[in-house]
Each structure stands twice: as structure tokens, then as C-alpha cells.
Design a protein around this ligand. Structure first.
Ligand SMILES: C[S@@+](CC[C@H](N)C(=O)[O-])C[C@H]1O[C@@H](n2cnc3c(N)ncnc32)[C@H](O)[C@@H]1O
Length: 208
């Protein structure tokens, strides 16, 4: 379990390098500043940014085979979690942040340029309006209940799409309540940042 900021830094360093850690320090400072202007993340989580947002995002990476190529879609990126962290940690692979709120889109644009994320693009509209493309990976944290999430994102999935969906404490129950065919596609992994939370992980095409 990752329980403090130092452990979170060490965990992320194990997946990246010192330059990435420096960029995450920049992101943490910018997040604190911007959170005075818009409610990007809960105020309480700012004291534990490395655990609550950075490591919580980075922990998704080991659930996707290293050789996976193609676009990682992060749905409802908000302040950029997990999407911005994933783009930083996977600089060779494209990341697509889907976010519909104007001020959050502005923040994400500013961070992409500040962190020089050439591999990261924004679909600044509702997911329902995004042109269909093939996603190699789909993530979404605090975006929608699982059935709605799968319904809205099914058209981006193929037989080779990986799903990594941090679902908090409701993970197992949300999977249990899926129709049988879908339920077989997914399982729950323990979160490394919250002993009671789970990450819904799966592979394949949702829908016909
Ligand atoms: C609760 S926030 C979570 C943000 C971030 N993923 C996190 O965990 O910190 C949900 C985000 O999804 C966005 N959102 C909700 N429905 C959406 C939709 N249909 N298309 C695109 N973005 C959406 C909201 O604007 C909001 O920023």
C-alpha cells in the first residue's frame, strides 16, 4: 500500500525518471494555485496530491501490458487524473483527454503546454460527440456508474482494448451488477492507494 507522499514519489519514480518527477512537482504547484480559482480537486486532497492523485493515476499503468500500442483514452479527465499523469509516464504513446467543461479544458491545455506533452491531445467536448476512434486503453475515474460508462464508451473499444477503471469502494459491486456477458470481461484489482478501493480491469469489445 502507498500511504504517504514519499512512498508515492518512490512508486512513481519506479515507473519513470527524475525528469518526470520534476514535471509532477510543477503540476502539483500549478494545481494548488489553480484550485484557488476553480474547484479542480477537493481542497482536502491537496495535502496528499502524490498519493491521492499522482500515484492513484500511475497505478493503472502496470495493469496494461507494456507492449500495448495506440491511443489511451481518459474519459472525463477533469483536473487531469489520471490522464495527465499517464501522458507524462508514457511519453511515447498517445493520450486523449475527453473533457467537456470549458474551464477544465483551459486548465488541461495550459498543463499540456507547461509540461511539454507532445503526446497528449484534448477532445474538448462531451464524449457523446467525440468521433469514433479505436482506443487501445480506456480509463475513467469518477466519470459515471459502470453501466453508463461502458454504454457511452463501447464504440471506442475493440477486441484488444484494455479497460482500467478506478471505481473506489463500489468496484466489486458494480462488476457484480453487470449483465453476465459483460461481467465475464472484468475483474477487480486492489487499489494501491486506498485499502478499500478497487480498480475494474478488463479487456475486449463492449457491445455487439
Ligand atoms: C467527478 S469529475 C472527475 C475528474 C477526474 N477524472 C478525477 O477523477 O479527478 C468528472 C469529470 O467528467 C466530466 N464529464 C462528465 N460527463 C462527461 C461527458 N459526457 N463527456 C465529457 N466529460 C464529461 C466532467 O466535466 C468532470 O470534469
Amino acid at each position: 500500500m502507498i500511504t504517504n507522499e514519499e512512498q508515492a514519489r518512490t512508486f512513481i519514480l519506479g515507473l519513470s525518471d527524475n525528469e518526470t518527477i520534476e514535471k509532477l512537482e510543477l503540476l502539483a504547484a500549478a494545481l494548488r494555485e489553480e484550485n484557488e480559482r476553480q474547484n479542480l480537486v477537493s481542497r482536502g486532497s491537496l495535502d496528499g496530491v502524490w498519493v491521492r492523485h499522482f500515484a492513484d493515476s500511475a497505478q493503472l499503468i502496470p495493469h496494461v501490458p507494456r507492449e500495448t500500442k495506440g491511443a489511451w483514452f481518459d474519459l472525463g479527465s477533469g483536473a487531469g487524473f489520471p490522464g495527465l499523469v499517464l501522458a507524462l509516464l508514457r511519453p511515447e504513446e498517445p493520450t486523449v483527454l475527453v473533457e467537456s467543461r470549458k474551464r477544465r479544458i483551459g486548465w488541461l491545455q495550459a498543463m499540456i503546454s507547461k509540461l511539454e506533452l507532445a503526446n497528449c491531445e484534448i477532445e474538448g467536448k462531451r464524449l457523446e460527440l467525440v468521433d469514433t476512434r479505436k482506443a487501445a486503453v480506456i480509463s475513467a475515474r469518477a466519470f459515471a456508474p459502470l453501466p453508463k460508462l461502458l454504454d457511452l464508451s463501447a464504440r471506442f473499444s475493440t477486441g484488444r482494448t484494455y479497460w482500467v477503471l478506478p471505481k473506489g469502494r463500489s468496484a466489486a459491486q458494480e462488476v457484480e451488477e453487470l449483465p453476465r456477458k459483460l461481467r465475464k470481461m472484468f475483474h477487480v484489482e486492489h487499489s494501491k492507494t486506498d485499502g478499500e478501493a478497487g480498480v475494474v480491469v478488463g479487456k475486449g469489445k463492449v457491445g455487439a
